[in-house]
Design a protein around this ligand. Structure first.
Ligand code: NAD
Length: 368
């Protein structure tokens, strides 16, 4: 017989619900299936603007608490990202607890798809870290609530080119704010990470006459760029933060603006695709402002991917997705103006605009 330790069980439940109420999450679904070994958590943060959309991450979390913390944080981030991008989408995210190299199976993903389906469209999933297109194809066998599928499955394909366009727009708006002109001609731009997004961003920058520098851990990724654009300079990994640059474009990892790098960065603009660029937004967001650097909030400028997914959900139209992504330029200018007027860091101005839109629409939704 299983011994139920009533007091501690009640405490555990309370602590989960406390975590949900901290950032006002609507619903969290814990999924387990012994046969397939599936252990997953789906978090729905907010659906005021529309169904929640956000990728599924597969990661070998050390504890379930770590997985829960991650999915709560990420789903909240999606609410803000979609709100600021002007999408009729809420924020959600899922995590599958497991090793992406060892624990995958057809049955596991199809079982996960059943759980997604049980939410009846309140959560729409997509790819994230550790998940491939093939995995999502399996999920899609069990639910129609999947976005970001390849073109041959009726999806919109790789979102990276759209994301890169949004980063480019955010960078141009930052230049307008910092230099009075949005031209990037002659500007020294350091692109850290030339993967899917970084490589397309380099194309836009070279076309506009920027002096582009690149860095990557993979030699072949660097070669692919320099073969195409011989004028692009390669910078060693450990010199990225010390080079003479106007614009730093982090397109690899998060948290690269941190205690170690912030005083080394000689740029006047930070605008890139990576998520969570500020190691601690309250600390580094303020320091960046005090140093006179224009920081284009990451979740604004990298929203092209979610915009592309949104158009896939409502009926794909590439032109409309690109044109809505172009709006990142105007939204960035609004954020910079608010930041300057109120003397607050740009990340905070972005958060406040995202929250204001949700509040305004909540009011609209309250009438029939
Ligand atoms: P990617 O994996 O294709 O590219 C990342 C590149 O960074 C790789 O080439 C990798 O080798 C390189 N890299 C890793 N560590 C590095 C380091 N220390 N220094 C320099 N380079 C390093 O990923 P991506 O799709 O191009 O996305 C780039 C970033 O943008 C990621 O942080 C991602 O989460 C974020 N993002 C991407 C999209 C999208 O549509 N792809 C959307 C939103 C946000």
């Amino acid at each position: 017989m299983i011994e139920v330790k009533e007091t501690s069980d009640v405490q555990a439940v309370q602590s989960v619900i406390d975590q949900l109420s901290k950032f006002d999450h609507e619903q969290v679904l814990f999924c387990q299936d012994k046969t397939t070994g599936l252990k997953a958590i789906i978090a729905i943060h907010n659906t005021v603007l529309g169904p929640s959309l956000g990728g599924t991450r597969m990661w070998a979390y050390k504890t379930e608490t770590e997985a829960l913390t991650d999915v709560l944080r990420l789903s909240r981030g999606m609410t803000y990202k979609s709100s600021l991008a002007g999408l009729n989408l809420g924020g959600g995210k899922a995590v599958i607890i497991g090793d992406a190299r060892k624990d995958k199976s057809e049955a596991l993903f199809r079982r996960f798809g059943k759980f997604v389906n049980s939410l009846a469209g309140k959560y729409i999933t997509a790819e994230d870290v550790g998940i491939t297109t093939r995995d999502m194809e399996l999920v899609a066998l069990e639910t129609e609530h999947v976005a970001g599928l390849p073109e041959y499955m009726g999806g919109s394909g790789d979102p990276s080119p759209v994301t890169a366009y949004g980063v480019y727009m955010g960078m141009k708006a930052s230049a307008k704010q910092q230099y009075g002109s949005d031209s990037l001609n002659g500007k020294k731009v350091m692109v850290q990470g030339v993967g899917h997004v970084g490589a397309t961003l380099v194309d836009y920058l070279v076309k506009e006459g920027a002096q582009v520098m690149i860095s990557d851990i993979f030699e072949d990724s660097l070669k692919a760029i320099t073969n195409k654009h011989s004028q692009v300079q390669v910078v060693a990994l450990d010199q990225v933060y010390d080079v003479d640059m106007d614009i730093y474009a982090p397109c690899a990892l998060g948290a690269t603006v941190n205690d170690d790098t912030i005083n080394r960065l000689k740029c006047s603009i930070i605008a890139g695709a990576a998520n969570n660029q500020l190691a601690d937004e309250t600390v580094h967001g303020k320091v960046v402002m005090e140093k006179g650097i224009v920081y284009a909030p990451d979740y604004l400028v990298n929203a092209g991917g979610i915009i592309n997914c949104y158009w896939e959900v409502i009926g794909y139209n590439r032109e409309a997705a690109m044109s809505q992504t172009e709006e990142i330029y105007n939204t960035a200018l609004r954020i910079f103006a608010k930041s300057a007027d109120e003397q607050i860091p740009t990340y905070l101005a972005a958060n406040q605009l995202a929250e204001a839109r949700i509040e305004a629409i909540k009011h609209v939704q309250s009438s029939f």
